[in-house]
Design a protein around this ligand. Structure first.
Ligand code: NDP
Length: 296
């Protein structure tokens, strides 16, 4: 069997086109322009790339992008003061603090300082609680992107066995909550899980969010299953030349795609959907703030 490739890049382009259309209508009908503020502390190269892409795509959708780049030594109090300012800023509908933060800053304190209605990453404790209790919340972008692709591929997810490998607050746990909300039977696996391969083989939907290059192999995949690879790992690629590298997921694409029914590639799968969902969340935040119907 050769799996259907779930094209996250094309899917994300669709989502962005819909957001762009709705942003234009918001401007036309209500004179409103959604605004996203992205805060980056320090000069981590990967984070810089993410922030640049987020800013670029925000503007391309017709929204305002406000970038705040702070020195790596910035005291926590200064970052909290900036967040207060952004919370109060009427032009800002979404606030995203790029993680990870430098060690001297308390990440949870910073995230929980963001007004929940502007927390477009969905990491604030209120949004986590709202999601867990099935109430309207801001949903974390990466799992939301995965869910959209799964719904598109399967239609209803009701009754399917889903296994999420990874239990982080930003991917694994919210992914499991979303699948549960869509009536999957959900198992969360992690580094202490016994016989991971056997657990994975029970999955109709297998989501890998581990951070270990190509760890999920074809023998761990149930024939016909849908595999969502969240992992983004840079590994050496001497075949491309000295010092070169390439991106791979947490799934061994070659062996898994021979068994799975459908699979997301890396790159071009979950990654592009994450930013598209961030833009969609910013639009949603703007609509909610002004009491307008939410985009679908
Ligand atoms: P974390 O490091 O926070 O979490 C990794 C999880 O994997 C942990 O729960 C850990 O278990 C589990 N784990 C580690 N080793 C094993 C193992 N051998 N067997 C089973 N489980 C294991 O990572 P994130 O959730 O932040 O990210 C996961 C991956 O997703 C990374 O590759 C990251 O780059 C990528 N990512 C991609 C995004 C995108 O836009 N596509 C966005 C965010 C992340 P335990 O809790 O027991 O330690």
């Amino acid at each position: 069997m050769t799996a259907t490739i779930i094209d996250g890049k094309a899917f994300a382009a669709d989502v962005r086109a819909r957001v762009t259309q709705k942003v234009a209508a918001l401007k036309e009908d209500h004179g409103l322009v959604p605004g996203l503020a992205v805060v980056l502390v320090g000069e981590d190269p990967a984070s810089q790339v993410y922030v640049r892409n987020k800013g670029k795509q925000t503007v391309e959708c017709g929204m305002n992008s406000f970038e705040h780049k702070l020195d790596v030594e910035t005291p926590e109090a200064d970052l909290l003061a900036l967040i207060d300012k952004l919370n109060a800023d009427e032009a800002v509908h979404g606030i995203l603090v790029q993680l990870p933060l430098p060690k001297h800053i308390d990440e949870a304190k910073v995230i929980n300082a963001i007004t929940p209605a502007k927390d477009v990453d969905g990491f604030h404790i209120s949004n986590v609680g709202l999601l867990a209790t099935g109430q309207k919340s801001m949903v974390p972008c990466t799992p939301l992107g995965c869910l959209m692709m799964l719904r598109d591929h399967h239609g209803s997810l009701s009754g399917l066995n889903a296994v999420v490998v990874g239990r982080s607050n930003i991917v694994g746990k919210p992914m499991a909550q979303l699948l549960l909300k869509d009536s999957c039977t959900v198992t969360i696996a992690h580094s202490r899980t016994k016989d991971l391969a056997e657990v994975c083989r029970g999955a109709d939907i297998l989501v890998a969010a581990v951070g270990r290059p190509e760890m999920i192999t074809g023998d761990m995949v149930k024939p016909g299953a849908t595999v969502i690879d969240v992992g983004i790992n840079r590994i050496p690629a001497p075949e491309k030349g000295e010092g070169k590298s390439r991106l791979v997921g947490d799934v061994d694409f070659a062996s898994a795609s021979a068994v799975a029914g459908a699979i997301t590639p890396v790159p071009g799968g979950v990654g592009p959907m994450t930013i598209a969902c961030l833009l969609a969340n910013t639009l949603t935040a703007c609509c909610r703030k002004h009491g307008l119907p939410e985009p679908e």
